[in-house]
Design a protein. Structure first.
Length: 184
């Protein structure tokens, strides 16, 4: 082969290599373009989902603003009773502060609901016999000083002496479980 043929052959090989390289680069750029388009589509979909979620959040926030306000207002009253001993101490203070004649007192802990934030309640069964106005004022003080309590039983009957009344009351004080609130 003469030099001219060798040079032509080399030119054909170089042109073929360049054609092959251009073809490989074109395929890679097409794949990259497809990947970029898919990623852009996913990003736009994610952005739309984020906007929808933000709108839903604002909607829920607006709908629950009053409820969350009430929750924040009542939370300190519930947090005051994290164990039954605190409830017993507080009920004893209310009885002592009311200066009513207590005939009997029975305190026990009951299970309320396992799935709720309030899983247990301290139940105080009290029997009081004293002056009508003094006893009724004391009952109002119980509700005022223990706002989270629930009076589940209240029987009023005439007392043994003149203006006395016999009051049988059952007070449920919720025992707050802060671990349940953290879990929710």
């Amino acid at each position: 082969m003469n030099n001219h043929k060798i040079a032509c052959f080399m030119l054909v090989v170089i042109i073929a290599a360049m054609g092959y390289g251009v073809n490989v680069l074109r395929e890679k750029s097409a794949k990259a373009r497809q990947t970029a388009d898919a990623t852009r589509t996913q990003a736009e979909a994610a952005e739309q989902q984020a906007q929808v979620a933000e709108i839903k959040l604002k909607s829920v926030d607006a709908k629950t603003a009053e409820l969350r306000g009430i929750y924040q207002e009542w939370l300190p009253h519930f947090e005051a009773f994290k164990n039954p001993q605190e409830g017993e101490r507080r009920i004893t203070e209310v009885i002592r502060d009311g200066n009513v004649f207590l005939l009997s007192q029975k305190l026990e802990t009951q299970s309320v609901s396992k799935d709720s934030v309030i899983t247990r309640a301290l139940v105080a069964d009290l029997v009081v016999e004293d002056d009508y106005s003094k006893t009724m004022n004391w009952l109002g003080q119980v509700e005022e000083s223990l706002p989270s309590c629930r009076i589940s039983k209240c029987l009023l009957t005439r007392g043994d002496r003149g203006n006395d009344i016999h009051l049988e009351v059952s007070i449920q004080v919720p025992i707050f479980d802060p671990e349940k609130v953290a879990a929710n």
